[in-house]
Design a protein around this ligand. Structure first.
Ligand code: NAD
Length: 497
């Protein structure tokens, strides 16, 4: 068994210490603030007591685990450690100074690891005597519960250390993904559009935060909507991750922080911790969706049109099973027509395809089972046509959320951008399709990995959405990853052939 030093007894340091002692290692636990150590120790004890209460551990096992946690008073007491993991404040110069001190204390073969969420591992290692021994070990909060750990290789980190930490992490019952040191690593980088696109839709007044969250949960299958999640993480913390990725990528417009989010932070609306963010806490009954329609209507038989596309067939079949009769719409048709969004606004597409009564449907993870459909309609669309489509969807048993005519709607633009971001990391050999998908499902709880999702929707369709967003906004924010472009032309999948 190893001796693991943990520096920093805050939220993450305590969680990591718990993981290590539970896996049988001895932990030497250091924080300069005695009250921090006390809080950390209490937190570990409380977590273990909870597991005893749930009969997942016996009291003897819990006692045994805690006996491996050794509080130390000084960094010098870490001299016998095989590995030292730091989880101190997120500040480059403070972390660098700590590692330089540690180098003079630990043995030459000890591994140094950092739990930084955003600082370059290469930068942290560059003044070390043995930079090859510094590895990123990015745990997720709460560390004892979250399976994923990103193992990060700086430019000078040795493969031997990365392999060693990867097998250690597996031994601790965690799922490692190896990544190069890149801004935001995998999860925090690929997840940026989850928040960024939501903030853009809200800024354009495409809908309100409650409807947006409902659509992302019920149509997209995400466990929490982006506004709920930003409130949970803290709007200030979320903004600072975006800002650090933005700065580290030489101000790439893809990661430009949202003015809306900055204003909320300036107003002290930080989310749950301040009592108010997008929502006011505790969330009351008033916070129900305003644009939600779920009444049933007498329709009689009604003919509706649709524009054929691969993703929407199961919705058409479901509608056909009700009293509606669906036929394919041809250019010039004035029939009320639905189509799956392809990134164009409904108004633009109605004009391009000469179908004035066009209603767009946002992407759903499963059209066969979805209980909600989000739609937007063309400016030219007759209100009667909108009613006909809303009624047909409500009769099918779906809640209907009507949003403004925003390009790419909500779920579609988000999923396209998540896939684009993931594809860029694969293209730059920072990760692989399998690892990025695993990281995103384990690290964030997304219903499926973005690249598997892209395969299912069709990479060509993702490419089309991005192309239309690019044209609509005239911004390189939506530029297509070279890998998406290549795969869409050659009709290849990210997973398999
Ligand atoms: P925290 O504020 O809860 O704890 C930080 C602890 O470090 C404090 O107890 C503090 O006393 C101690 N500390 C500060 N400077 C120190 C120094 N020079 N030497 C020794 N101890 C020092 O912070 P946290 O949320 O646990 O985050 C710690 C690290 O983990 C940061 O790098 C953060 O970016 C990263 N991280 C945080 C999360 C998260 O969700 N909180 C997730 C992943 C990674």
């Amino acid at each position: 068994m190893l001796i693991i030093g943990i520096v920093g007894a805050g939220t993450m340091g305590s969680g990591i210490a718990q993981v290590a002692i539970a896996a049988g290692e001895t932990v030497k636990f250091f924080d300069p603030l005695p009250e921090a150590i006390k809080r950390g120790q209490d937190m570990i004890k409380k977590n273990l007591d909870f597991l005893v209460g749930k009969q997942k551990l016996t009291s003897d096992e819990s006692f045994d685990i805690l006996s491996r946690l050794e509080i130390v008073d000084s960094l010098n007491d870490l001299s016998s450690c095989d590995i030292v993991i730091e989880a101190i404040i997120e500040n480059e110069s403070v972390k660098k100074e700590l590692f330089q001190n540690l180098e003079s204390i630990v043995s030459q073969k000890a591994i140094l690891a950092t739990n930084t969420s955003s600082i370059s591992i290469t930068a942290l290692s560059n003044e070390l005597q043995f930079p090859e021994r510094l590895v990123g070990m990015h745990f997720f909060n709460p560390a004892p519960r979250m399976k994923l750990i990103e193992v990060i290789k700086g430019l000078r980190t040795s493969d031997t250390q990365v392999d060693y930490i990867t097998s250690l992490v597996k031994r601790w019952g965690k799922a490692p993904v190896i990544t190069k040191s890149t801004p935001g690593f995998i999860v925090n980088r690929v997840a940026r559009p989850f928040y960024g696109e939501a903030l853009r839709v809200l800024t354009e007044l495409g809908t309100d935060h409650i409807s947006l969250d409902s659509v992302m949960r019920d149509c997209g299958g995400f466990p929490l909507g982006p506004c709920q999640l930003m409130d949970l993480i803290g709007l200030d913390v979320n903004l600072s991750v975006t800002q650090s990725v933005y700065e580290a990528t030489a101000f790439d417009p893809r990661y430009a922080p949202s003015l809306l989010q900055q204003e909320l932070v300036r107003a002290g609306k930080l989310g749950r911790k301040s009592g108010e963010g997008f929502y006011i806490y505790p969330v009351g009954d008033d916070d129900t969706e305003s644009s939600n329609i779920n009444k049933k209507h007498e329709l009689g038989s009604l003919t509706l049109g649709y524009i054929k596309s691969s993703g929407i067939q199961s919705l058409i079949d479901r509608l056909n099973d009700t009293e509606a009769d669906l036929i394919e719409s041809a250019p010039g048709s004035t029939i009320a027509t639905i189509a799956l969004t392809d990134g164009r606004t409904a108004t633009q597409r109605a004009s391009d395809e000469l179908i004035s009564n066009l209603v767009l449907i946002d992407l759903c993870i499963n059209f066969q089972t979805t209980k909600r459909i989000a739609l937007s309609h063309a400016e030219q669309c007759d209100p009667i046509a909108i009613d006909q489509i809303v009624n047909a969807l409500a009769n099918m048993g779906c809640k209907v959320t009507i949003i403004q005519d925003v390009a790419g709607m909500i779920v579609s633009r988000t999923v396209a951008m998540l896939a684009n971001e993931a594809a860029d990391l694969v293209h730059q050999l920072i990760t692989t399709p399998k690892e990025v998908d695993m990281a995103m499902t384990l690290g964030t709880g997304y219903p499926i990995g973005p690249l598997l999702w892209a395969d299912r929707i069709g990479v060509q369709n993702i490419s089309n959405i991005l192309k239309h967003l690019c044209e609509h906004y005239g911004s390189s924010r939506y530029r297509i990853s070279p890998l998406i472009q290549r795969k869409s032309i050659t009709n290849q999948l990210f997973h398999g052939t």
